[in-house]
Design a protein. Structure first.
Ligand code: HEM
Lengths: 219, 360
């Protein structure tokens, strides 16, 4: 079967993807530790700082995560055709069709793959948009906990924003913790579905996130 | 003891105690010692601001902390620098006489008095759940606040509704700033609050003729500008990973960090570690109990369980209350099972139907 090589993802998008993925893994591991520090210093004066260290790693990863989220938002607006937000939301008849087609495909009712799009199907795209929205809440709650009394821009960053959205540090922490679980579900389903898609329709879906290139059937 | 300060002052308060109180307040405010003479001057001056103190849904614990300091200085000082014209639980007058005193003071000092509110204000059924002298808390607050120069909400009930505003809030209790919208309001939260923060606010007002800077919950920054956790004497144990695992264990006896037994210091703004209580240098964490977050909005709902880090998840309509992580793992299990079934169906279908020519 003849395949055609097509450029799909920009370098910036691929960088964003891996920065996002790796920072999330780091944040989940260190975040769990922050919630319940299960290994501790056994001796006083042993010059070990597990909590301080885990928090430090969490914050560094938090900055990477924030940079990734901002990059994604930039690409939603100014990226190439596949990367823009209009390709991801079920707002045009073509996208609505893709959404339902994907749902039917994933429930093994239909077999044919969307042929009119190079980028994400709309079910996936919509999930990613939801994830980025949650990521924004995650970083606002994170920075509000990190800089609790900072009051830049007339008090808005981060104190005013944090109080307006979450009401208190504790609620920010609670939301921060619950949203973490979304990322865990996302990781599980996301990895499963990209493998599933790669098996069903060999267009190089997984490698496209490294190479930026997809393979589309000719004709 | 002789009154060496001012003829109008209570003879029980000597100059030493007076200066001590002013210094404590200056320290709480974070002011330099050079301001203390100014403060003393302002406190000595004859213009003691008239104060009307209203009680609504409350336990009077806030008044108690203010009046029953281990040392009488603080309480005396407060009563000396303000002119407490109406306070239901400590005034001698009762009944109609008392209500008359309220009306008189309001008329005489219109636009000049400070209104202090203690307790939450119920709003359901037009406020019928709290009546004083036949009038609802809502009516009273509206009337007395309308002629006040400023309002101090004293304690978590008056600031955020407090225990009666905890879910399901049967009486619709709210804090003062939900009802009084057109007056400067200072929230001195806490259950109970530290009287030093009250004194600091009043002295600030007397010295500088304006209310202190506040955070976005209207709490004075000098008292509530920093989290407990960031000024805690046990903080080093936190950073170095030494925790109390259980109350009464060997680590508890060694005075390690109470984070793992649910201390809410990381989520709570207050100066307890610095100002401390009862002039005895104590506060909850110092004596081995975690902070319960009593200066924060809705703390009965959001800081409970007091001995866990974060609240449980309540699933609406189901009555299910579950630890966030137990629930999280269950949902993860269900998701994993769904993924497994999906994969099995796919493989089964392929075994029965064979590969489609699209598949690898
Ligand atoms: C996918 C992204 C993230 C995940 C999964 C995550 C996870 C967590 C978790 C589970 C906690 C512990 C909360 C608890 O006690 O229950 C936590 C705490 C925290 N996170 Fe994140 N986080 C993420 C992103 C961020 C970002 C972007 C920042 C911003 C720099 C941030 C800053 C913080 C801070 C300041 C704390 C509190 C630490 C402390 O006070 O000891 N997080 N995070």
């Amino acid at each position: 079967m003849a395949y055609q090589k097509k450029k799909c993802w920009s370098i910036l998008l691929r960088l964003y993807h891996w920065a996002f993925a790796l920072s999330i893994v780091t944040l989940v591991i260190t975040g769990f530790y922050i919630n319940d520090p299960w290994f501790t210093s056994l001796k006083e004066g042993s010059a070990s700082f597990p909590m301080a260290y885990m928090r430090f790693v969490h914050f560094v990863a938090g900055y990477v995560f924030t940079a990734a989220v901002l990059t994604r938002i930039f690409l939603y607006l100014f990226g190439n055709k596949q990367e823009r937000i209009l390709e991801h939301l079920p707002v045009t008849p073509r996208n609505v069709k893709s959404f339902f087609n994907t749902v039917l495909r994933y429930s093994y009712i239909k077999d044919d793959h969307d042929t009119d799009r190079l980028g994400h199907n709309v079910a996936a795209g919509l999930t990613y948009v939801i994830t980025i929205v949650l990521a924004v809440f995650q970083l606002i709650s994170g920075f509000y906990m990190l800089f609790p009394e900072l009051a830049l821009y007339n008090g808005w960053l981060w104190e005013g924003l944090g109080v307006t959205i979450f009401g208190s540090q504790q609620m920010a922490r609670y939301v921060h913790h619950l949203v973490m679980w979304w990322f865990l579900y996302f990781i599980l389903v996301h990895i499963y579905l990209v493998i599933w898609n790669d098996l069903k329709h060999p267009e190089g879906l997984i490698s496209s996130m490294f190479t930026g290139v997809k393979f589309i059937k000719k004709g | 003891m002789a009154d060496t300060v001012h003829k109008g002052l209570d003879p029980r308060l000597n100059r030493r105690g007076f200066l001590k109180g002013c210094t404590m307040a200056a320290a709480a405010l974070g002011l330099s010692e050079t301001v203390i003479p100014k403060m003393v001057e302002a406190a000595e001056s004859a213009q003691r601001p008239p104060v009307i103190w209203l009680h609504f849904q409350e336990c009077t614990g806030c008044s108690e902390t203010l009046l029953r300091g281990a040392h009488p200085d603080l309480a005396n000082l407060i009563l000396d620098i303000i002119s407490l014209d109406y306070h239901e639980t400590v005034m001698a007058a009762a009944g109609f006489q008392a209500e008359q005193a309220l009306q008189d003071s309001m008329e005489k000092n219109a636009g000049k008095y400070i209104l202090v509110v203690e307790g939450g204000i119920p709003t359901k059924e037009n406020g019928a759940y709290c009546k004083i002298g036949g009038r609802t808390g809502m009516e009273l607050l509206e009337e007395v606040a309308s002629k006040a120069a400023a309002v101090i909400a004293y304690g978590t009930c008056a600031t955020f509704g407090g225990v009666q505003a905890a879910k399901p809030n049967p009486t619709g209790a709210v804090g003062v700033d939900k009802l009084v919208l057109d007056k400067p309001i200072i929230n001195i939260s806490g259950c109970p609050p530290n009287p030093v923060n009250f004194l600091g606010t009043v002295l600030h007002y007397l010295t500088f003729q304006r209310l202190p800077a506040v955070d976005s919950l209207k709490r004075p920054k000098f008292g509530y500008g920093r989290r407990i956790h960031d000024q805690c004497e046990r903080r080093a144990h936190f950073d170095e990973g030494r925790f109390v695992e259980q109350f009464g264990d060997q680590y508890h006896k060694l005075g390690y960090c109470l984070y793992k037994v649910g201390c809410k210091g990381p989520e709570t703004f207050a100066n307890c570690p610095v100002a401390r209580f009862n002039e005895q240098g104590v506060w909850p964490v110092a004596v081995g109990h975690g902070c319960i977050g009593c200066t924060e909005p809705n703390f009965w709902d959001t800081m409970t369980p007091f001995y866990d880090r974060i609240p449980n998840v309540k699933i609406p309509g189901s009555g299910i209350v579950e630890d966030a992580d137990n629930l999280g793992i269950k949902v993860l299990g269900v998701t994993a099972a769904a993924v497994g079934i999906h994969a099995v169906v796919g493989i089964g279908k392929r075994l029965i139907k064979g590969k489609s020519d699209d598949e690898a």
